[in-house]
Design a protein. Structure first.
Length: 459
Protein backbone atom coordinates (compact mmCIF):
# COMPACT_ATOMS: atom_id res chain seq x y z
CA UNK A 1 0.00 0.00 0.00
CA UNK A 2 2.79 2.34 0.92
CA UNK A 3 4.56 1.42 -2.28
CA UNK A 4 1.49 2.20 -4.36
CA UNK A 5 1.16 5.56 -2.68
CA UNK A 6 4.79 6.38 -3.48
CA UNK A 7 4.31 5.42 -7.15
CA UNK A 8 1.14 7.51 -7.37
CA UNK A 9 2.87 10.50 -5.82
CA UNK A 10 5.75 10.16 -8.25
CA UNK A 11 3.40 10.08 -11.24
CA UNK A 12 1.55 13.17 -10.04
CA UNK A 13 4.81 15.05 -9.59
CA UNK A 14 5.99 14.11 -13.07
CA UNK A 15 2.63 15.18 -14.50
CA UNK A 16 2.87 18.56 -12.78
CA UNK A 17 6.41 19.10 -14.12
CA UNK A 18 5.32 18.14 -17.65
CA UNK A 19 2.29 20.42 -17.46
CA UNK A 20 4.43 23.35 -16.34
CA UNK A 21 6.86 22.66 -19.15
CA UNK A 22 4.01 22.48 -21.67
CA UNK A 23 2.60 25.82 -20.49
CA UNK A 24 6.01 27.47 -20.81
CA UNK A 25 6.37 26.01 -24.31
CA UNK A 26 2.94 27.30 -25.37
CA UNK A 27 3.71 30.72 -23.94
CA UNK A 28 7.04 30.86 -25.78
CA UNK A 29 5.33 29.77 -28.98
CA UNK A 30 2.74 32.53 -28.59
CA UNK A 31 5.49 35.08 -28.03
CA UNK A 32 7.31 33.91 -31.17
CA UNK A 33 4.09 34.08 -33.16
CA UNK A 34 3.29 37.60 -31.90
CA UNK A 35 6.81 38.70 -32.71
CA UNK A 36 6.56 37.28 -36.24
CA UNK A 37 3.19 39.02 -36.74
CA UNK A 38 4.65 42.30 -35.49
CA UNK A 39 7.67 41.96 -37.76
CA UNK A 40 5.48 41.08 -40.74
CA UNK A 41 3.18 44.05 -40.07
CA UNK A 42 6.18 46.33 -39.74
CA UNK A 43 7.67 44.96 -42.96
CA UNK A 44 4.38 45.47 -44.82
CA UNK A 45 4.19 49.03 -43.50
CA UNK A 46 7.79 49.69 -44.55
CA UNK A 47 7.16 48.19 -48.01
CA UNK A 48 4.07 50.35 -48.38
CA UNK A 49 6.01 53.45 -47.36
CA UNK A 50 8.89 52.61 -49.72
CA UNK A 51 6.45 51.93 -52.56
CA UNK A 52 4.72 55.27 -51.96
CA UNK A 53 8.07 57.07 -51.93
CA UNK A 54 9.19 55.28 -55.08
CA UNK A 55 5.93 56.09 -56.88
CA UNK A 56 6.15 59.75 -55.82
CA UNK A 57 9.76 59.92 -57.00
CA UNK A 58 8.80 58.20 -60.25
CA UNK A 59 6.02 60.74 -60.87
CA UNK A 60 8.44 63.58 -60.14
CA UNK A 61 11.07 62.16 -62.51
CA UNK A 62 8.47 61.56 -65.22
CA UNK A 63 7.33 65.20 -64.99
CA UNK A 64 10.94 66.46 -65.07
CA UNK A 65 11.75 64.19 -68.03
CA UNK A 66 8.78 65.63 -69.92
CA UNK A 67 9.91 69.17 -69.06
CA UNK A 68 13.48 68.50 -70.20
CA UNK A 69 12.28 66.83 -73.41
CA UNK A 70 10.11 69.86 -74.15
CA UNK A 71 13.07 72.14 -73.34
CA UNK A 72 15.35 70.22 -75.72
CA UNK A 73 12.79 70.40 -78.51
CA UNK A 74 12.37 74.14 -77.93
CA UNK A 75 16.15 74.70 -77.93
CA UNK A 76 16.54 72.70 -81.15
CA UNK A 77 13.83 74.77 -82.79
CA UNK A 78 15.62 77.90 -81.59
CA UNK A 79 18.90 76.62 -83.07
CA UNK A 80 17.19 75.87 -86.39
CA UNK A 81 15.73 79.38 -86.37
CA UNK A 82 19.16 80.86 -85.60
CA UNK A 83 20.69 78.84 -88.46
CA UNK A 84 18.08 80.17 -90.87
CA UNK A 85 18.63 83.75 -89.68
CA UNK A 86 22.41 83.35 -89.93
CA UNK A 87 22.18 82.04 -93.49
CA UNK A 88 19.92 84.89 -94.56
CA UNK A 89 22.12 87.42 -92.73
CA UNK A 90 25.30 86.07 -94.35
CA UNK A 91 23.71 86.41 -97.79
CA UNK A 92 22.59 89.94 -96.90
CA UNK A 93 26.12 90.86 -95.73
CA UNK A 94 27.62 89.56 -98.98
CA UNK A 95 25.19 91.63 -101.01
CA UNK A 96 25.79 94.75 -98.88
CA UNK A 97 29.57 94.34 -99.16
CA UNK A 98 29.25 93.98 -102.96
CA UNK A 99 27.09 97.10 -103.11
CA UNK A 100 29.59 98.95 -100.91
CA UNK A 101 32.48 98.04 -103.22
CA UNK A 102 30.56 99.25 -106.28
CA UNK A 103 29.56 102.45 -104.47
CA UNK A 104 33.17 103.23 -103.55
CA UNK A 105 34.35 102.44 -107.06
CA UNK A 106 31.76 104.69 -108.71
CA UNK A 107 32.46 107.47 -106.24
CA UNK A 108 36.18 107.28 -106.95
CA UNK A 109 35.66 107.23 -110.72
CA UNK A 110 33.45 110.33 -110.52
CA UNK A 111 36.04 112.21 -108.41
CA UNK A 112 38.84 111.29 -110.84
CA UNK A 113 36.72 112.41 -113.80
CA UNK A 114 35.93 115.75 -112.14
CA UNK A 115 39.58 116.44 -111.35
CA UNK A 116 40.56 115.72 -114.97
CA UNK A 117 37.88 118.09 -116.24
CA UNK A 118 38.72 120.94 -113.88
CA UNK A 119 42.55 120.57 -114.08
CA UNK A 120 42.72 121.86 -110.48
CA UNK A 121 41.51 120.84 -107.09
CA UNK A 122 41.49 124.41 -105.72
CA UNK A 123 37.97 125.80 -105.63
CA UNK A 124 39.13 129.42 -105.29
CA UNK A 125 41.39 129.13 -108.33
CA UNK A 126 38.54 127.45 -110.18
CA UNK A 127 36.29 130.44 -109.49
CA UNK A 128 38.82 133.14 -110.35
CA UNK A 129 39.73 131.42 -113.59
CA UNK A 130 36.26 132.30 -114.92
CA UNK A 131 36.29 134.51 -118.06
CA UNK A 132 33.04 136.33 -117.24
CA UNK A 133 30.95 137.18 -114.19
CA UNK A 134 28.07 134.94 -115.31
CA UNK A 135 30.51 132.03 -115.68
CA UNK A 136 31.72 132.71 -112.13
CA UNK A 137 28.09 132.50 -110.89
CA UNK A 138 27.58 129.25 -112.77
CA UNK A 139 30.79 127.81 -111.26
CA UNK A 140 29.69 128.94 -107.77
CA UNK A 141 26.35 127.15 -108.22
CA UNK A 142 28.17 124.09 -109.53
CA UNK A 143 30.53 124.00 -106.54
CA UNK A 144 27.52 124.16 -104.15
CA UNK A 145 25.78 121.34 -105.98
CA UNK A 146 29.00 119.31 -106.01
CA UNK A 147 29.52 119.87 -102.28
CA UNK A 148 25.94 118.75 -101.60
CA UNK A 149 26.36 115.67 -103.81
CA UNK A 150 29.67 114.89 -102.12
CA UNK A 151 28.03 115.10 -98.66
CA UNK A 152 25.19 112.84 -99.78
CA UNK A 153 27.61 110.28 -101.18
CA UNK A 154 29.74 110.41 -98.05
CA UNK A 155 26.64 109.86 -95.89
CA UNK A 156 25.53 107.03 -98.16
CA UNK A 157 28.95 105.35 -97.87
CA UNK A 158 28.97 105.78 -94.09
CA UNK A 159 25.46 104.33 -93.78
CA UNK A 160 26.40 101.38 -95.96
CA UNK A 161 29.52 100.72 -93.86
CA UNK A 162 27.47 101.02 -90.64
CA UNK A 163 24.85 98.59 -91.99
CA UNK A 164 27.54 96.06 -92.89
CA UNK A 165 29.20 96.38 -89.48
CA UNK A 166 25.84 96.06 -87.65
CA UNK A 167 24.98 92.99 -89.68
CA UNK A 168 28.37 91.45 -88.85
CA UNK A 169 27.92 92.22 -85.14
CA UNK A 170 24.44 90.66 -85.26
CA UNK A 171 25.94 87.59 -86.93
CA UNK A 172 28.55 87.33 -84.18
CA UNK A 173 25.78 87.58 -81.55
CA UNK A 174 23.82 84.85 -83.34
CA UNK A 175 26.90 82.62 -83.33
CA UNK A 176 27.20 83.22 -79.58
CA UNK A 177 23.49 82.48 -79.01
CA UNK A 178 23.78 79.31 -81.04
CA UNK A 179 26.81 78.16 -79.07
CA UNK A 180 24.97 78.88 -75.80
CA UNK A 181 21.89 76.99 -77.00
CA UNK A 182 24.03 74.01 -78.06
CA UNK A 183 25.63 73.94 -74.60
CA UNK A 184 22.17 74.06 -73.00
CA UNK A 185 21.00 71.20 -75.22
CA UNK A 186 24.03 69.13 -74.21
CA UNK A 187 23.53 69.88 -70.49
CA UNK A 188 19.78 69.18 -70.69
CA UNK A 189 20.37 65.93 -72.59
CA UNK A 190 22.88 64.82 -69.94
CA UNK A 191 20.38 65.62 -67.18
CA UNK A 192 17.67 63.84 -69.16
CA UNK A 193 19.81 60.71 -69.45
CA UNK A 194 20.46 60.75 -65.68
CA UNK A 195 16.73 61.13 -65.01
CA UNK A 196 15.89 58.30 -67.40
CA UNK A 197 18.53 56.11 -65.74
CA UNK A 198 17.04 56.78 -62.30
CA UNK A 199 13.58 56.21 -63.74
CA UNK A 200 14.64 52.80 -65.07
CA UNK A 201 16.08 51.85 -61.67
CA UNK A 202 12.86 52.83 -59.90
CA UNK A 203 10.75 50.91 -62.42
CA UNK A 204 12.96 47.85 -61.90
CA UNK A 205 12.63 48.15 -58.10
CA UNK A 206 8.88 48.55 -58.32
CA UNK A 207 8.70 45.60 -60.68
CA UNK A 208 10.28 43.43 -57.98
CA UNK A 209 7.64 44.59 -55.51
CA UNK A 210 4.73 44.32 -57.90
CA UNK A 211 2.34 43.21 -55.17
CA UNK A 212 3.10 46.32 -53.12
CA UNK A 213 2.86 48.48 -56.25
CA UNK A 214 -0.54 47.10 -57.21
CA UNK A 215 -1.76 47.44 -53.63
CA UNK A 216 -0.64 51.07 -53.50
CA UNK A 217 -2.20 51.94 -56.85
CA UNK A 218 -5.36 50.09 -55.85
CA UNK A 219 -5.51 52.16 -52.64
CA UNK A 220 -5.08 55.42 -54.58
CA UNK A 221 -7.78 54.41 -57.07
CA UNK A 222 -10.08 53.53 -54.17
CA UNK A 223 -9.52 56.99 -52.68
CA UNK A 224 -10.25 58.53 -56.10
CA UNK A 225 -13.48 56.53 -56.41
CA UNK A 226 -14.54 57.59 -52.92
CA UNK A 227 -13.92 61.23 -53.82
CA UNK A 228 -15.83 60.78 -57.06
CA UNK A 229 -18.77 59.20 -55.23
CA UNK A 230 -18.79 61.96 -52.61
CA UNK A 231 -18.70 64.68 -55.28
CA UNK A 232 -21.54 63.03 -57.21
CA UNK A 233 -23.57 62.79 -54.01
CA UNK A 234 -23.01 66.44 -53.11
CA UNK A 235 -23.69 67.66 -56.66
CA UNK A 236 -26.91 65.62 -56.74
CA UNK A 237 -27.92 67.18 -53.42
CA UNK A 238 -27.18 70.66 -54.77
CA UNK A 239 -29.25 69.91 -57.87
CA UNK A 240 -32.09 68.68 -55.67
CA UNK A 241 -31.95 71.84 -53.55
CA UNK A 242 -31.78 74.02 -56.67
CA UNK A 243 -34.83 72.25 -58.10
CA UNK A 244 -36.64 72.71 -54.80
CA UNK A 245 -35.83 76.43 -54.84
CA UNK A 246 -36.97 76.66 -58.44
CA UNK A 247 -40.30 75.02 -57.61
CA UNK A 248 -40.79 77.29 -54.61
CA UNK A 249 -40.05 80.35 -56.72
CA UNK A 250 -42.40 79.04 -59.41
CA UNK A 251 -45.10 78.53 -56.77
CA UNK A 252 -44.57 82.07 -55.47
CA UNK A 253 -44.72 83.44 -59.00
CA UNK A 254 -48.01 81.65 -59.70
CA UNK A 255 -49.45 82.80 -56.37
CA UNK A 256 -48.44 86.36 -57.18
CA UNK A 257 -50.07 86.09 -60.61
CA UNK A 258 -53.23 84.72 -58.99
CA UNK A 259 -53.22 87.56 -56.44
CA UNK A 260 -52.84 90.16 -59.21
CA UNK A 261 -55.69 88.59 -61.18
CA UNK A 262 -57.94 88.63 -58.09
CA UNK A 263 -57.11 92.28 -57.48
CA UNK A 264 -57.81 93.12 -61.13
CA UNK A 265 -61.08 91.19 -60.94
CA UNK A 266 -62.12 93.08 -57.80
CA UNK A 267 -61.12 96.39 -59.35
CA UNK A 268 -63.18 95.61 -62.44
CA UNK A 269 -66.21 94.63 -60.35
CA UNK A 270 -65.91 97.82 -58.27
CA UNK A 271 -65.71 99.93 -61.40
CA UNK A 272 -68.81 98.26 -62.84
CA UNK A 273 -70.65 98.86 -59.58
CA UNK A 274 -69.68 102.54 -59.54
CA UNK A 275 -70.76 102.94 -63.17
CA UNK A 276 -74.13 101.32 -62.43
CA UNK A 277 -74.68 103.63 -59.44
CA UNK A 278 -73.74 106.62 -61.53
CA UNK A 279 -76.09 105.49 -64.27
CA UNK A 280 -79.01 105.10 -61.84
CA UNK A 281 -78.35 108.57 -60.42
CA UNK A 282 -78.38 110.10 -63.90
CA UNK A 283 -81.58 108.29 -64.79
CA UNK A 284 -83.23 109.50 -61.58
CA UNK A 285 -82.27 113.12 -62.23
CA UNK A 286 -83.47 112.92 -65.83
CA UNK A 287 -86.79 111.44 -64.73
CA UNK A 288 -87.33 114.30 -62.28
CA UNK A 289 -86.58 116.92 -64.96
CA UNK A 290 -88.65 115.33 -67.64
CA UNK A 291 -91.96 114.39 -66.14
CA UNK A 292 -93.85 111.76 -68.10
CA UNK A 293 -91.01 111.51 -70.60
CA UNK A 294 -90.25 108.25 -72.22
CA UNK A 295 -87.73 106.32 -70.21
CA UNK A 296 -84.63 106.05 -72.23
CA UNK A 297 -81.91 103.65 -71.48
CA UNK A 298 -78.48 104.76 -72.34
CA UNK A 299 -76.06 101.92 -72.27
CA UNK A 300 -72.73 103.05 -71.08
CA UNK A 301 -70.01 100.95 -72.67
CA UNK A 302 -67.84 99.22 -70.18
CA UNK A 303 -64.18 99.65 -70.37
CA UNK A 304 -62.02 96.65 -69.85
CA UNK A 305 -59.04 97.04 -67.60
CA UNK A 306 -55.94 95.99 -69.43
CA UNK A 307 -54.46 93.14 -67.57
CA UNK A 308 -50.75 92.97 -68.09
CA UNK A 309 -49.33 89.68 -67.09
CA UNK A 310 -45.72 89.94 -65.97
CA UNK A 311 -43.40 88.19 -68.38
CA UNK A 312 -41.48 86.34 -65.71
CA UNK A 313 -39.28 83.52 -66.96
CA UNK A 314 -38.38 80.64 -64.72
CA UNK A 315 -35.81 82.02 -62.32
CA UNK A 316 -32.39 80.53 -62.87
CA UNK A 317 -29.37 82.00 -61.14
CA UNK A 318 -27.25 79.61 -63.19
CA UNK A 319 -28.19 81.03 -66.56
CA UNK A 320 -25.72 83.92 -66.60
CA UNK A 321 -22.72 82.22 -64.94
CA UNK A 322 -23.05 79.16 -67.17
CA UNK A 323 -22.86 81.27 -70.33
CA UNK A 324 -19.91 83.32 -69.04
CA UNK A 325 -18.00 80.20 -68.01
CA UNK A 326 -18.51 78.53 -71.40
CA UNK A 327 -17.53 81.71 -73.25
CA UNK A 328 -14.16 81.78 -71.43
CA UNK A 329 -13.24 78.18 -72.23
CA UNK A 330 -9.50 77.89 -72.81
CA UNK A 331 -8.77 81.37 -71.44
CA UNK A 332 -8.98 80.82 -67.68
CA UNK A 333 -5.82 80.73 -65.54
CA UNK A 334 -4.33 77.60 -63.98
CA UNK A 335 -5.64 77.26 -60.41
CA UNK A 336 -2.28 77.97 -58.75
CA UNK A 337 0.01 80.95 -58.21
CA UNK A 338 3.57 80.95 -59.56
CA UNK A 339 5.36 78.15 -61.37
CA UNK A 340 3.80 74.70 -61.66
CA UNK A 341 3.86 71.48 -63.64
CA UNK A 342 1.20 68.88 -64.41
CA UNK A 343 2.18 65.52 -62.92
CA UNK A 344 -1.10 63.68 -63.52
CA UNK A 345 -3.19 63.85 -66.69
CA UNK A 346 -6.96 63.57 -67.13
CA UNK A 347 -8.90 60.44 -68.00
CA UNK A 348 -8.38 56.68 -68.26
CA UNK A 349 -5.00 55.72 -69.62
CA UNK A 350 -2.26 53.15 -69.34
CA UNK A 351 0.36 53.89 -66.73
CA UNK A 352 3.32 55.45 -68.63
CA UNK A 353 5.83 53.08 -67.01
CA UNK A 354 3.63 50.03 -66.41
CA UNK A 355 1.55 49.34 -69.56
CA UNK A 356 -0.38 46.51 -67.88
CA UNK A 357 -1.69 48.90 -65.22
CA UNK A 358 -4.44 51.41 -66.02
CA UNK A 359 -5.12 54.62 -64.14
CA UNK A 360 -8.26 56.76 -64.15
CA UNK A 361 -8.03 60.42 -63.18
CA UNK A 362 -11.17 62.55 -62.88
CA UNK A 363 -9.07 65.72 -63.19
CA UNK A 364 -5.42 66.69 -63.29
CA UNK A 365 -2.72 66.78 -60.61
CA UNK A 366 -0.66 69.98 -60.43
CA UNK A 367 2.61 70.32 -58.54
CA UNK A 368 3.31 73.83 -57.24
CA UNK A 369 6.97 74.82 -57.62
CA UNK A 370 7.19 78.39 -56.33
CA UNK A 371 4.06 78.98 -54.24
CA UNK A 372 1.58 77.15 -52.07
CA UNK A 373 -1.56 79.07 -53.02
CA UNK A 374 -4.58 77.74 -54.89
CA UNK A 375 -6.72 80.30 -56.76
CA UNK A 376 -10.20 80.32 -58.29
CA UNK A 377 -10.17 80.04 -62.08
CA UNK A 378 -13.41 82.01 -62.50
CA UNK A 379 -15.95 83.96 -60.49
CA UNK A 380 -18.51 81.83 -58.73
CA UNK A 381 -19.98 80.73 -55.39
CA UNK A 382 -18.38 78.33 -52.91
CA UNK A 383 -21.01 75.59 -52.84
CA UNK A 384 -19.25 73.05 -50.58
CA UNK A 385 -16.21 72.52 -48.36
CA UNK A 386 -15.43 69.04 -47.01
CA UNK A 387 -12.64 66.60 -46.16
CA UNK A 388 -11.88 63.27 -47.80
CA UNK A 389 -9.20 60.64 -47.03
CA UNK A 390 -6.22 61.10 -49.34
CA UNK A 391 -7.33 64.57 -50.45
CA UNK A 392 -7.39 66.56 -47.18
CA UNK A 393 -9.71 69.60 -47.58
CA UNK A 394 -11.70 70.04 -50.81
CA UNK A 395 -13.35 73.28 -52.00
CA UNK A 396 -16.10 73.19 -54.63
CA UNK A 397 -16.94 76.41 -56.51
CA UNK A 398 -20.10 76.60 -58.63
CA UNK A 399 -20.22 78.63 -61.86
CA UNK A 400 -23.82 78.07 -62.91
CA UNK A 401 -24.03 74.51 -64.21
CA UNK A 402 -20.24 74.21 -64.09
CA UNK A 403 -18.06 73.40 -61.08
CA UNK A 404 -14.36 73.76 -60.33
CA UNK A 405 -12.95 71.51 -57.60
CA UNK A 406 -9.75 72.16 -55.63
CA UNK A 407 -8.53 69.16 -53.57
CA UNK A 408 -5.63 68.48 -51.18
CA UNK A 409 -5.73 71.84 -49.40
CA UNK A 410 -4.28 72.20 -45.90
CA UNK A 411 -5.96 75.52 -45.09
CA UNK A 412 -8.66 77.60 -46.74
CA UNK A 413 -9.56 81.29 -46.84
CA UNK A 414 -13.20 80.97 -47.96
CA UNK A 415 -16.45 79.68 -46.49
CA UNK A 416 -19.49 77.96 -47.97
CA UNK A 417 -21.69 80.55 -49.68
CA UNK A 418 -18.87 83.02 -50.33
CA UNK A 419 -18.71 84.79 -53.69
CA UNK A 420 -15.24 84.46 -55.21
CA UNK A 421 -13.57 86.22 -58.13
CA UNK A 422 -11.13 84.92 -60.72
CA UNK A 423 -7.55 84.68 -59.36
CA UNK A 424 -8.76 84.98 -55.76
CA UNK A 425 -6.76 82.84 -53.32
CA UNK A 426 -9.00 80.16 -51.83
CA UNK A 427 -6.46 78.20 -49.80
CA UNK A 428 -3.02 76.65 -49.34
CA UNK A 429 -2.04 73.34 -50.92
CA UNK A 430 -0.96 70.61 -48.50
CA UNK A 431 2.82 70.06 -48.21
CA UNK A 432 3.31 66.29 -47.88
CA UNK A 433 6.06 65.54 -45.30
CA UNK A 434 6.31 61.96 -46.61
CA UNK A 435 7.09 63.29 -50.10
CA UNK A 436 9.78 65.93 -49.43
CA UNK A 437 7.02 68.47 -48.67
CA UNK A 438 5.90 68.50 -52.30
CA UNK A 439 2.63 70.37 -52.87
CA UNK A 440 0.36 68.56 -55.34
CA UNK A 441 -3.22 69.76 -55.90
CA UNK A 442 -5.92 67.65 -57.50
CA UNK A 443 -8.10 69.85 -59.74
CA UNK A 444 -11.33 69.03 -61.57
CA UNK A 445 -13.80 70.79 -63.87
CA UNK A 446 -17.33 69.39 -64.23
CA UNK A 447 -20.64 70.23 -65.81
CA UNK A 448 -22.76 68.98 -62.93
CA UNK A 449 -21.63 65.31 -62.66
CA UNK A 450 -20.02 65.14 -66.13
CA UNK A 451 -16.22 65.19 -65.85
CA UNK A 452 -14.35 67.50 -68.23
CA UNK A 453 -10.67 67.75 -69.11
CA UNK A 454 -9.45 70.79 -67.12
CA UNK A 455 -6.62 71.46 -69.59
CA UNK A 456 -9.24 72.35 -72.23
CA UNK A 457 -10.53 75.16 -69.98
CA UNK A 458 -7.33 76.71 -68.60
CA UNK A 459 -4.28 78.07 -70.35
Amino acid sequence: MRRFFIILLTMVSVGIVLANKSQRSIKQEQQRTNKEISETTKKISENKKQTREQINLLNLLSAEIQEKSDSINSLKQSIDSIDGTMTALSDSISKMEGSLVLLKKKYGEILVSIRKTRHTSNNVAFLFSSNTLSEAFRRTRYLRQFASWQNDKTTELQNAITSVNNAKNHLVALHSNKATSIKKVSATQAALQNHEKRQSQIIANLGKERASLEAYLKEKQQEARQLDAQLNKMIAQQQKEAEKRRKEEEKKRKEEEKRLKEEQKKALAQKKKEEQQKKKQQEKQQQEKQDKATKQESATPQEDIATSQPDTPKPSIEQGPTYDFERNKGRMPYPVLGKYRVVGKFGRQKHPQFPNIQTDNSGIDIELLSSGSAIAIFEGTVSAIFRQPGYNTIVMVRHGEYLSIYANLSSISVRTGDKVKANQVIGTVYANPEDDNRRIMHFEVRKETTKLNPQHWVK
